[in-house]
Structures are given as structure tokens and as C-alpha cells.
Design a protein around this ligand. Structure first.
Ligand code: NCD
Length: 307
């Protein structure tokens, strides 16, 4: 039995196969309508979510399965003091697979140690978010036709943004990917990403705070929200929350074939005037998220399309 806790749990080859399956699903959706008949996914969300939880549920429903779960810690037995270990033992009796989001880093890992069903990390604190990364990889591969030879700008809250940590982890495995890390000094990437991921893999990167200067070089611009819920005080959040706002004027500085991604939700960091720009790919990214989660559920449950 396999879990997905970190993007590196799948090799580059396995990730490639999963993305190929997601593309096949995209083009032949009705053929997958019954591959998970009778299977259930439990979505255990101890933190707010719209896209991730609903896309897991849509993915399982598209495959013919059913869904159960909770969408806040307050409505689960966590509010009574139940541990993650006990909850997952019980959920293992109800469902075939589960997706867990939790504010504590490592909670899905703890769950996986006590689970008899596959556990998918749907975001653990400021740590990792591997299914968003699979979504991002599918989006980039579909838009550019490749996952190598590119310059990726990551902009905003690089300290607390788990989507950024997972995406860097995954992309360093593809050749000739250069990163421009754009953030205020207080929100730079954590030391473990800089040392253990970027430097350890001899990846080219620079840390800057000016978005305008970075724009002309980028093939992908990955914007992120300042993660209010992970700040220790509101004053710092208010000071930093609007540090970058992508607008039409900034888009003029970018290549004609650059694409803008964002895991969403956005707050102010992308002006709505950018939404109509053909290079704005963040709503297409949401659609890819469903296909990739369908492919992931099939892969972890080891089900295949019958010919
Ligand atoms: C992201 C998350 O939860 O980390 N959202 C998502 O899953 N699409 C990004 C965010 O909340 O800013």
C-alpha cells in the first residue's frame, strides 16, 4: 500500500505516468466513469479548503465512487480531543482511501503510520502540498509542453507557502530549471529548502525582492497568497499582505509566452484585470487539478480502465 505525503514519494517516471494518465482522463473522461464503482474516499479536512477538498470529491464522483468526510476540525471528534492516529484507524473501517489536510506539519505522516488505507497529504501546515504540485506540473506540461529548460518565478509568501515548497521539491528533478524567488526578506524560502533542496541539487536560483525586474526572464510566474493564518501577529501580516500585486502594467514586462499560475485562493496579489490576459492560467489550473486527482486515486487504489 502506498501513500502520497511528499511529491518525492513518486519517482520522476511514476510522476510522468500519472500525468499521462491525467491527460488521457482529460480527453476520454466518460471512459473513466465507473473505474471506482463501490469505492469511497474520506476527506478529512482540519483546515479550510474549497478547491482541494471539492476537487478530491469531484474526482472520486467522476470515477463512479462516493465521498464522506468532514470540512473542519470543529465538526470532527478532534474537537473532543481525539488523536489523528485514532481517527485514521476508524476511518480505515469506513473508506478505501483518504485525503487529509491538517494545520500541523507531519499530521498526514502520523496518519499514514496508523492507517490501513492510502493516505494523501492534502496540505500540512506550512510544509508540503503534493497534490497541488501534481496539478502545477500537469498545468506547466500542458502549457509549455515540457517540465525542463525553463525559468520559474515564485512570488509572494515563500516562507509559509506549502505549495511553493512542494513545487520546488518536484521541479529540481527536471533538467535546467532555474528559479527566481521573489519575496520580501521576511518571507524568503525556509532554510531547509535552500540548503537541502536547491543547493544540494546544484540548482540555479536567485532570491530577489523586485517583481518588475524579474518579469522579463520568466517562462512561468507562480503567484502566491500571503498566508495570514500562519503569521504570529496581525501587524506583520498587514504590513506584508500587499507586497506584490500583479496587474496589467507588470504583465507588459513579461514574455508573450509566459504563463501565470496561482494555487488559489487569491486575495489582492493578482488584480482581476489580469484574468482576461491569455497568459493567466490559474483557472485552467483548477480544472487540471481534478484530472490529476482522478489519476492519483486510480494509481493509489491500483485500479485501471478496462479496455
Ligand atoms: C493553497 C493551500 O491550501 O496551501 N490552496 C490550495 O490548496 N489550492 C494555497 C493557499 O491557501 O494560499
Amino acid at each position: 500500500m502506498r501513500h502520497l505525503l511528499n511529491p518525492l514519494d513518486f519517482s520522476v517516471e511514476e510522476t510522468g505516468r500519472l500525468l499521462d494518465l491525467a491527460v488521457d482522463i482529460e480527453h476520454h473522461l466518460p471512459e473513466y466513469a465507473h473505474v471506482c464503482d463501490g469505492k469511497k474516499i474520506a476527506t478529512l479536512f482540519y483546515e479550510p479548503s474549497t478547491r482541494t477538498r471539492l476537487s478530491f470529491e469531484a474526482a472520486m464522483l467522476n470515477l463512479g465512487g462516493s465521498v464522506l468526510g468532514f470540512s473542519s476540525a470543529a465538526s470532527s471528534s478532534a474537537a473532543k480531543g481525539e488523536s489523528v492516529a485514532d481517527t485514521i484507524r476508524m476511518i480505515s473501517c469506513y473508506a478505501d482511501i483518504c485525503a487529509m489536510r491538517h494545520p500541523k506539519e507531519g499530521a498526514p505522516l502520523v496518519a499514514s503510520l496508523h492507517s490501513s488505507i492510502p493516505v494523501i497529504n492534502a496540505g500540512d501546515g506550512g510544509h508540503q502540498h503534493p497534490t497541488q504540485t501534481l496539478t502545477d506540473l500537469m498545468t506547466i506540461r500542458s502549457l509549455l509542453g515540457r517540465l525542463n529548460h525553463m525559468t520559474v518565478g515564485l512570488c509572494g509568501d515563500l516562507k509559509f507557502g506549502r505549495t511553493v515548497h512542494s513545487l520546488i521539491n518536484a521541479l529540481v528533478r527536471y533538467g535546467d530549471v532555474k528559479f527566481v524567488l521573489i519575496s520580501p526578506p521576511e518571507l524568503r524560502i525556509p532554510e531547509y529548502i535552500r540548503e537541502d533542496v536547491l543547493l544540494a541539487n546544484h540548482v540555479e536560483f536567485e532570491e530577489v525582492d523586485n517583481l518588475d525586474e524579474a518579469m522579463p526572464d520568466l517562462d512561468i510566474l507562480y503567484m502566491t497568497r500571503v498566508q495570514r493564518e500562519r503569521f504570529f501577529n496581525e501587524e506583520d501580516y498587514i504590513r506584508l499582505k500587499d507586497c506584490y500585486i500583479l496587474d496589467k502594467a507588470k504583465m507588459k514586462l513579461a514574455k508573450e509566452n509566459m504563463f501565470v499560475l496561482h494555487p488559489l485562493p487569491r486575495v489582492n496579489e493578482i488584480s482581476v484585470e489580469v484574468d482576461d490576459d491569455p497568459r493567466a492560467a490559474y483557472f485552467r489550473q483548477v480544472q487540471y487539478g481534478v484530472y490529476v486527482r482522478m489519476a492519483l486515486i486510480m494509481t493509489l487504489l491500483e485500479v485501471e480502465k478496462s479496455c
